[in-house]
Design a protein around this ligand. Structure first.
Ligand SMILES: [Ca+2]
Length: 121
């Protein structure tokens, strides 16, 4: 009987930890920019990005992001048109702002969405 009771307590503790783990802190929610060019996402505690070129228009899509205490600029491109394959990347520190940009294949004629600050969101 005593052994059974310990087991019940142990199971209860594990369940509580699982529930706590499912509570997502506000700063780690995912964000996206989406338009006719494609989609850019920031997720996984603001330390990972995904970019998907959804428009086979001879223009490549990229996600640009500023991360860490010095707002280091990073980017990840997907310029393969609408083939359904996205590109991802991770950062060593949390991303503070991001946007998506489209430019001609090989460069030029940049168009970008406005920077979105996601600190604490
Ligand atoms: Ca494109």
């Amino acid at each position: 009987m005593r052994t059974l009771w310990k087991r019940v307590i142990a199971v209860g503790t594990v369940s509580s930890l699982v529930v706590l783990g499912m509570v997502t802190p506000a700063h780690s929610s995912s964000h996206q920019h989406k338009n006719s060019w494609g989609r850019g996402y920031v997720y996984t505690g603001h330390r990972a990005v995904l970019v998907c070129d959804d428009n086979a228009n001879n223009r490549g899509l990229r996600i640009e992001f500023k991360y860490g205490p010095n707002n280091t600029l990073g980017h990840r491109g997907d310029d393969d048109g609408s083939n359904g394959i996205c590109k991802d990347a991770s950062t060593s520190a949390a991303i503070n702002e991001f946007r998506i940009c489209e430019s001609k294949t090989g460069g030029g004629d940049d168009k970008c969405t406005a920077w979105e600050n996601i600190v604490g969101r």
